[in-house]
Design a protein around this ligand. Structure first.
Ligand SMILES: [Zn+2]
Length: 287
């Protein structure tokens, strides 16, 4: 079966005009300058064709930051519809602002929509993951057997702008998610972007809690910190996942950069396929 061969890209944004000009809007320029490349608008069909050609399946992420940013989100129904239409290429993670009034009700729609997990972004959604206010929300996510991907660490949005355009990166410190990870041990939680510059917190959490995963999206492979690469090859070999941060990164170019790290066959297999499968609750590939 071809599906067994697919590499999983754990961090894919919807590269349509609705997300780039709509949701990112006033943050787009800061992101392009930070990554030093333009963000190209693509159709959903083009995205699916790119992933098919790359032999990859992407975790497609929703966006819901209207309360905090005043910008339109991406409806969870749209993410679900894309993943139904291009099921071989994308698996859907909807997004819900944990502080919006109907947050739990929106989460409860996920199983019927066929969404596998939840994406949150404490910096853009302006919430503290360790606060009492959001614990009932994550309790609902655990009850619904959702997996969670959280943005962690530095943000390109607002970078090199006065006040970071009002965005707080301290809310995305990995350790602020430790309370949720401890409270819901059955719920797999992915800390995106290795949580840099706080990767030491990310490493400690993943070593301490087996339900914590890490993705390497948004960082050039050659810039991954040495202590992190040591853990990726060692004690965290079953918990670190490949991810690009498409469309800011090209997934194939990123994969080639990762391959240049010479991680060895077993670690590479875990990084690019099996660890994300475990995170998603799909059986690992049989060798
Ligand atoms: Zn991202």
């Amino acid at each position: 079966m071809a599906e067994r061969q697919l590499i999983i890209d754990s961090h894919v944004h919807l590269a349509t005009e609705a997300w780039i000009d709509g949701s990112l809007g006033p943050y787009r320029a800061s992101v392009e300058e930070y990554f030093r490349r333009p963000i190209l608008i693509r159709s959903v069909e083009t995205m699916a064709a790119e992933y098919e050609a790359a032999g990859m399946r992407g975790i497609l992420l929703g966006w819901d930051a209207e309360r905090s940013s005043g910008r339109p989100g991406i409806p969870n129904d749209l993410i679900a519809a894309i993943c139904r239409r291009f099921g071989d290429q994308f698996v859907g993670f909807g997004s819900v602002d944990p502080l919006r009034p109907n947050a739990v009700a929106e989460l409860e729609r996920f199983p019927d929509l066929g969404l596998t997990g939840l994406k949150v972004h404490p910096t853009v959604q302006a919430f503290d993951p360790s606060s009492d206010d959001v614990q009932p929300f994550f309790e609902a996510a655990a009850r619904l057997h959702l997996r969670v991907i959280t943005h962690a660490g530095m943000s390109a949005l607002g970078a090199a702008r006065p006040g970071g355009q009002g965005l707080r990166i301290d809310l995305a410190r990995p350790a602020l998610f430790d309370r949720v990870a401890a409270q819901f041990p059955e719920m797999p939680i992915m800390l995106a972007h290795i949580g840099a510059p706080w990767e030491a917190e990310t490493i400690a959490m993943a070593l301490h809690k087996s339900n914590v995963y890490v993705d390497i999206s948004g960082w050039k492979a050659k810039y991954l910190p040495v202590p992190f690469v040591r853990e990726l090859k060692g004690r965290l070999r079953a918990q670190v996942c490949f991810g690009s941060d498409y469309p800011m990164f090209d997934p194939l170019e990123h994969l080639n950069d990762v391959r240049a790290l010479d991680l060895g066959a077993e670690v590479s297999e875990g990084l690019t396929r099996n660890n994300a499968r475990r995170f998603l609750g799909i059986a690992p590939t049989v060798q």
